[in-house]
Design a protein around this ligand. Structure first.
Ligand code: COA
Length: 258
């Protein structure tokens, strides 16, 4: 599968960590049509490659993770075109949330509007100290359209979500951690995300996959039932045998993903 993209960098290291970097630094990595097309394909490539164990999403440059949807591109849109844009955004960001491998957002700068929504679709968010996050769509006469009205509520509760959406305020990384929007803050989001990814990359891939699937059902009627089924499935894997053998033999496990 082709992993050369017009608007993204796609790199895989020897630990199985794939870094997808949005590469439009001159436009603060704003999400245009090309970025969405590339991101869609990059996610498929990352999902299908068994050598990739963990994915990190970040932005090229010092200044921005992603400063939002490309405002220039949608300025003349009709309502129908905007609804279609939103629906496409939902699909691609849901693909991130449903990926069979952990996805970590390394929020290295501005994560605004669609950029904040991209980070929220990832399983984990690590922010640099200097990062700024927010949903400033209201300042354009809009609301978030790539899942922000739903995911921010799930992460921070209705009151904080509405406060951010109704003021358009940018908040610091420290504040974002306080309200549960990011997991942690570090001098370098990329370094901290890579350390986390390296730890996850050593775990059993099918256990990671089933953890993502089970957590996706949290709060739903079939959440516990799903957990039991996914828990049971893992007992039939080679990696479960390897994990338990390694425990009894007092050595570190080496997981194959089978
Ligand atoms: N869409 C399109 N272009 C964008 C963009 C976006 N969301 N965010 C930044 N850019 C472009 C700017 O237009 C500028 O391009 P130019 O050099 O051709 O004029 C370039 O990126 C650099 O941005 P600039 O505004 O000059 O940087 P700054 O440091 O003065 O301000 C921000 C940084 C993030 C505060 C500011 O760019 C901003 O408010 N961006 C929009 C954020 C937003 O509303 N996002 C939600 C969209 S729904």
């Amino acid at each position: 599968m082709n992993t050369t993209f017009q608007s993204l960098l796609f790199e895989v290291d020897e630990q199985g960590i794939c870094t997808i970097s949005i590469n439009r630094p001159e436009k603060l990595n704003a999400l245009n049509n090309q970025v969405f097309l590339d991101l869609d394909d990059a996610l498929t490539a990352a999902d299908q490659n068994p050598e990739i164990r963990v994915v990190i999403v970040t932005g090229v440059g010092e200044k921005a993770f992603v400063a939002g949807a490309d405002i220039k591109e949608f300025a003349e849109f009709t309502s129908q075109q905007a609804t279609d844009l939103s629906t496409r955004g939902h699909r691609v960001f849901q693909k991130i949330e449903d990926l069979s491998k952990p996805v970590i957002a390394a929020v290295n700068g501005f994560a605004l509007g669609g950029g904040c929504e991209l980070a929220m679709a990832c399983h984990i968010r690590i922010a640099s100290k200097t990062a700024k996050l927010g949903l400033p769509e209201v300042t354009l006469g809009l609301i978030p359209g790539y899942g922000g009205t739903q995911r921010l509520v799930a992460l921070c509760g209705k009151a904080k979500a509405l406060e951010l959406m109704m003021t358009g305020n940018f908040i610091s990384a420290e504040e974002a951690e306080k309200i549960g929007l990011v997991n942690s803050v570090s001098d370098s989001a990329m370094e901290a995300a890579t350390a986390l990814a390296a730890k996850m990359a050593k775990q059993a891939p099918l256990a990671l996959k089933n953890a993502i699937k089970a957590v996706a059902k949290a709060g739903q009627n079939d959440g516990y039932l799903t957990e039991a089924t996914l828990f049971g499935e893992l007992f039939a894997t080679e990696d479960f045998k390897e994990g338990t053998s390694a425990f009894f033999e007092k050595r570190k496990p080496s997981f194959s993903g089978k």
